[in-house]
Design a protein around this ligand. Structure first.
Ligand code: SF4
Length: 462
């Protein structure tokens, strides 16, 4: 029996009615065979230079909408600010990409900007432009400039303040580039920067020097890809390739499939990884066709950039489900940001939500000292406090590695709370998450010998 779901709105019938068959009560990722042949006619040719805006054509009208769930807040936002968009358009990643909010006029239409934000936007030039998908904008507060997601995407004046220790390329990636766009720092793995384009631009981006500026110093092109591929082919010690950028999933299906297929054909490359924020900010990009392509490239892993529990919407439940159902192991990467996600309860809520969506919290990054990022950076104690507030207090899978990416190219260094109290003869003295001390018999060992076990708060246990 068909169920009629009403979408209350005042814009004709575009957002008003949707017929749900019994099978559509299931998310589309669960065996929705009737909709697997959704026509996606627009193909981006390989001559499209990665990093350049995609030459998108007007969308064709399709008989069956590529159904993606839509949250109540997002639906209300779409009706109010994108009244002309059909549900099919709203669900189409190319439409979302093309309609990104990039200008002052568009921002002023959606947000009540503070003077600080307005001045910072007017002052901006060069890389790291403003860019927000309509979907992601729907999750932000219209009035509150302190809204967590809004703070991560709308510039403020402190972005132009350079403080000691900050640099445009603090991790020294350019120094370790074997060929343009390919960072070869560790012997067995490379970082392949495949595009300078993102669907949204995070104000704390480690690669703010190179993203979103098609005519800037950093260029991305197919000939550059070929040089990087030739380098990987020639270096048999490379077993792991991480695709990043920019965001690799902003590439159209055809060039992405080409690139992954070329990498897969290299015998010594065992393992591919993609670093992306697209499943969070442009979830409708995770189409059936994309997952079909990705599924052919196993072993393929994915690191998804999450920031805040607000991002855990119905849409993200669907995008992560589609990826997980395609057999892709999913891990999260989160940057610790002052006043945005630097509370234990915020992180716990995010990590619990991720586990529910089959995403393993993987890295919690101390914010890199990018030029103009002082307003985002917390003391390192904050990160330790969060890890300590999670370890033992919740599921072990929900505890990420807290790391500092060492300025100057030292790589990721784990920073962990200290649970080693000291040594007493043959015993290693440890404390648990509640502060109680415990002994572990360790004859012949020396761990902790350089420390005297001190009385600590909590119960001593023999
Ligand atoms: S999505 Fe990633 S690469 Fe793009 S701006 Fe954000 S942090 Fe930078």
């Amino acid at each position: 029996m068909a169920i009629v779901a009403r979408r209350h709105c005042g814009h004709g019938d575009k957002w008003q009615m949707k017929i749900l068959s019994p099978e559509s009560a299931e998310p589309p990722s669960r065996g929705d065979a009737a909709h697997t042949n959704i026509p996606f006619q627009i193909e981006i040719s390989l001559s499209t230079a990665p990093g350049m805006p995609l030459p998108l054509e007007p969308l064709p009208r399709v008989a069956h909408a590529p159904r993606f769930p839509i949250g109540a807040q997002t639906r209300a936002f779409a009706r109010k600010y994108f009244a002309d968009a059909t549900p099919v358009e709203w669900d189409d990643w190319r439409w979302q990409f093309r309609k990104r909010i990039r200008t002052m006029a568009e921002l002023e239409r959606l947000f009540v900007l503070s003077d600080d934000e307005r001045e910072a936007i007017l002052r901006h030039k060069g890389s790291l432009p403003v860019g927000i998908t309509p979907y992601y904008a729907s999750l932000m507060s219209r009035h509150d400039p302190d809204d967590p997601l809004r703070r991560t995407h709308i510039p403020v004046g402190t972005e132009y303040l350079k403080t000691p220790g900050e640099a445009d390329d603090p991790l020294g990636e350019d120094h370790d580039a074997a060929v343009p766009g390919l960072v070869h720092r560790y012997p067995d793995r490379v970082l392949f920067l495949v595009t300078g384009t993102c669907s949204t631009y995070c104000r704390y981006c480690t690669r703010s020097r190179m993203v979103g500026n098609a005519g800037g110093e950093y260029t991305f092109s197919k000939s550059q890809w070929e040089k990087a591929l030739a380098y990987i082919e020639a270096h048999t010690e490379i077993r792991d390739v991480l695709l990043s950028g920019g965001d690799p999933l902003t590439l159209a299906d055809e060039p992405l499939e080409y690139l992954l297929t070329r990498l897969r054909a290299i015998k010594h490359v065992e393992f591919l990884r993609i670093g992306t924020k697209v499943p969070v900010v442009l979830p409708m990009r995770i189409t059936k066709n994309l997952t079909r392509i990705l599924k052919k490239m196993h072993p393929l892993w994915m690191s998804i950039h999450f920031t805040h529990p607000t991002e855990l919407t119905k849409e993200v439940t669907e995008s992560t489900a589609r990826l997980a159902d395609a057999g892709i192991p999913l891990g999260s990467q989160t940057v610790l940001l002052k006043g945005i996600n630097d509370e234990v309860e915020t992180m716990k809520s995010l990590y619990h939500g991720l586990l529910m969506r089959r995403v393993k919290p993987y890295y919690l990054y101390q914010c890199d000292p990018i030029t103009g990022s002082s307003h985002f950076r917390t003391p390192v104690e904050k990160g330790l406090e969060i890890i300590e507030g999670l370890r033992g207090h919740t599921t072990g899978y929900a505890v990420p590695h807290y790391v500092i990416d060492a300025p100057g190219g030292g790589g990721k260094i784990p920073v962990v709370p200290d649970y080693l109290v000291g040594r007493d003869g043959e015993d290693v003295v440890l404390r648990n998450f509640e502060g109680n001390t415990y002994r572990y018999k360790d004859p012949g060992g020396t761990v902790g010998a350089d420390r005297q076990p001190k009385a600590r708060k909590g119960k001593a246990t023999v």
